[in-house]
Design a protein around this ligand. Structure first.
Ligand SMILES: NC(=O)c1ccc[n+]([C@@H]2O[C@H](COP(=O)([O-])OP(=O)(O)OC[C@H]3O[C@@H](n4cnc5c(N)ncnc54)[C@H](O)[C@@H]3O)[C@@H](O)[C@H]2O)c1
Length: 386
């Protein structure tokens, strides 16, 4: 006999790209479709979303499309936060709107789960983390890339000692985001205006921070060059606007333990890779290339010995000399996997390290990355504490 325990989650920003697809449909609704989250003690956790936003008709349409209660939509955040039956506040609004909403939700005593970046500056991000600690609530920040199959397999190689001493990590992230004139842009226009919280450094450095920190070691220094390669774009209404935010960033990060990471991030690059992001890791004992889903490896014992000779065509197909790292387990959607761990943290008090302090580290790296670029120098990344 199982008992069902309902957890009510106010989801703010569900009409957006991430809020709708990854968090509502692929995570919360997917957990309901699987019959809830089995806690293993005879209890099944049943997430009950309340859709929060500014446009009631859009929220109602979403509720209808997914068979949710028409009453479970709200446009008044204060009323939602005053509702004692709401356990968790989730935020996937545009970045600029986040800090204020989180501050109010923490003050109302809600547990917090939020998209990154948690704030637009380090001061604000730390303020949130301190406020959450003082309020004694549970808090989590989306760090989805850690839950992707490719990176899980890469972490498995690291944990198994495959690499020996890790020397370097090269990350290549990006794809062409259309300018919006002759083909519609595939990302919202606010991403390209710094006054609206946009920019690739603010967007992607928080991801690189937790990927590097959790898999390889804390980021100790950053040196970045941010650029705006495409200065004019066209918005959702087809109107031209000035792209004031950086759309590419070339970053070098020194990690605790001595490895050096170099990550290119760009929305102005065409893909000649197997996946939209790939990390090559080279170590004394072996190397690996991990993407979102796949990971291939080459051990030192099977490393070929190419000889530099530009007079001859390449005699080897280098890509064929790598071995696929097998899945060996089933991988769920990364966002859903992290949601499930967060829900268990809330209900069962299981440990959870991807919290607002971890989120603040991501904001810190973005802030220092932009400063490094503006000042043209390498900066130390101080260790954060509350
Ligand atoms: N984890 C990831 O991989 C990942 C990927 C992309 C974006 N994100 C983050 O998710 C957040 C949302 O990004 P998105 O791409 O879904 O954006 P989006 O523009 O598609 O959605 C933004 C949402 O915020 C709402 N909103 C609230 N106040 C707003 C305002 N003043 N102006 C405009 N919209 C407002 C919109 O209605 C919408 O629901 C961002 O903070 C972004 O950094 C995370």
């Amino acid at each position: 006999m199982t008992t069902r325990k309902t957890v009510r989650i106010a989801m703010n920003g569900v009409t957006g790209r991430m809020g709708y697809r990854q968090h509502l449909v692929r995570s919360i609704l997917a957990i309901r479709e699987q019959g809830g989250l089995d806690l293993g003690d005879g209890t099944v956790l049943w997430p009950e979303p309340v859709l929060v936003g500014r446009r009631e008709h859009a929220l109602r349409a979403l509720a209808e499309r997914h068979g949710l209660d028409q009453e479970a939509v709200a446009t008044d955040l204060d009323a939602v936060l005053a509702d004692d039956s709401i356990d968790i506040y989730f935020d996937s609004q545009v970045t600029l709107a986040r800090e204020e909403a989180l501050t109010r939700a923490i003050a109302a005593g809600k547990h917090i789960y939020t998209e990154k970046p948690t704030a637009t500056g380090l001061d604000g991000a730390l303020r949130l983390a301190r406020q959450a600690r003082d309020a004694g609530i549970k808090h989590g920040v989306v760090q989805d890339k850690l839950f992707l199959p490719g990176l899980r397999k890469l972490k498995r190689l690291v944990d198994g000692g495959f690499f020996g001493r890790i020397l370097s990590i090269r990350g290549e992230f990006g794809y062409w985001v259309f300018e919006g004139d002759w083909q519609a842009a595939q990302r919202p226009s606010w991403n390209y205006r710094s006054e609206d919280g946009g920019g690739i450094v603010v967007d992607m450095f928080p991801h690189w921070e937790y990927v590097l920190h959790d898999i390889f070691g804390r980021v100790e220094t950053v040196q970045a060059l941010a650029a705006t390669h495409i200065p004019e774009r066209w918005d959702e209404q087809g109107k031209p606007y000035q792209a004031t935010a950086d759309d590419a960033a070339y970053g070098v990060f020194e990690l605790a333990g001595g490895a050096i990471a170099q990550i290119n991030s760009s929305w102005a690059v065409r893909v000649n890779r197997d996946e939209l992001v790939e990390f090559q890791v080279d170590g004394t004992e072996g190397s690996a290339v991990a993407g979102l889903r796949n990971c291939r490896a080459q051990h030192r014992s099977s490393t070929p010995k190419p000889v530099w000779n530009p007079d001859l065509p390449a005699t080897e197909v280098f890509r064929d000399q790598w071995q696929q790292v097998p899945d060996n387990e089933e991988f769920d959607n990364g966002f859903k996997a992290q949601w499930e761990l967060f829900l268990r943290h809330v209900v069962l008090d299981e440990p959870y390290s991807w919290d607002l302090l971890a989120g603040a580290r991501g904001v810190q790296l973005a802030e220092l990355g932009l400063r490094s670029s503006a000042e043209g120098r390498r900066l130390t990344v101080p260790e954060l504490s509350l």
